[in-house]
Design a protein around this ligand. Sequence first.
Ligand SMILES: C[S@@+](CC[C@H](N)C(=O)[O-])C[C@H]1O[C@@H](n2cnc3c(N)ncnc32)[C@H](O)[C@@H]1O
Length: 286
Amino acid sequence: MKQQNELLPDKAFEVRQTADGSQTLYSDRVQEHYHSTFGALQESRHIFIQAGLLEAHRRKTSGLQAAGNNQTAATALTTEATQATRTTQVAGKTKSAEATQVAGTARSSNLPLKVFELGLGTGLNALLTMLEAGNLQLNLSYDCIEAYPLSPDLVQALNFPALFSEQDQKKAAAVLDFIHATEWNVRHTDPASHTRFTKFRGDFTSFEPTERYDLVYWDAFSPEKQAEMWTEELFASMYEHMETGGILVSYCAKGEIRRRLQRAGFGVERLQGPPGKREIIRAVKL
Ligand SMILES: C[S@@+](CC[C@H](N)C(=O)[O-])C[C@H]1O[C@@H](n2cnc3c(N)ncnc32)[C@H](O)[C@@H]1O
């Protein structure tokens, strides 16, 4: 297994086409792709947007309704991800997702939805999130960390704006440029979308968040390649920096990873994965 200090800044990359026509990077050093070879765009949309952002938005919206009506019952809008077959497992206890949802709901309407991404990488998750937040008219705060930033040439070679319809390409290019061109470790606000955005440059294993997040994208390289990013201690530390009812989504649904999340305090759901991946996980801060 690769140790943290062996993950030096990656120099050797290949741009590779995935099955849905979108491109990803293959890191020779880590010997892993940045996204699923079955479809980078498809994977990112399915896990981080549908199971993550839309669900977090649903919870927030439901909470507002509940708070506004002085009721505790949350109204469920259905998303593709929540329709998927799922199992909720909690170490030593069982709690329904709806009950958890209600617990974390009393938020005021103009508070931002606070997202944290582990591993900004190509910026695909950030790009899709900012565009979707714009469509939903969400007040978004997006923080992320990256230890090994990619060169602008590599980002450009991936040609993500071409994935969008002609009328959206200009916007996608501008958002992607905002994501990659902004200075590290400084809070920025995009004047067009009012998105708050901070890129932390550093090693996540020694990162101390100052926010409490509603939504976490756990998008490290796999446990086989980067075991140190999937420890119970890191999950427990992230748990402390999340809102009650907040969710963490990841492509890795391995049993041992689910058990570590449960021991860290999360309720863990298995959801149907994107093509090529049987299951993904969504963990909820109870
Ligand atoms: C699987 S890729 C994630 C891809 C990314 N989310 C995207 O949409 O392109 C994992 C990312 O985590 C970054 N990473 C690896 N070790 C890290 C560490 N210790 N701290 C922060 N980021 C790290 C890698 O450089 C890489 O960008």
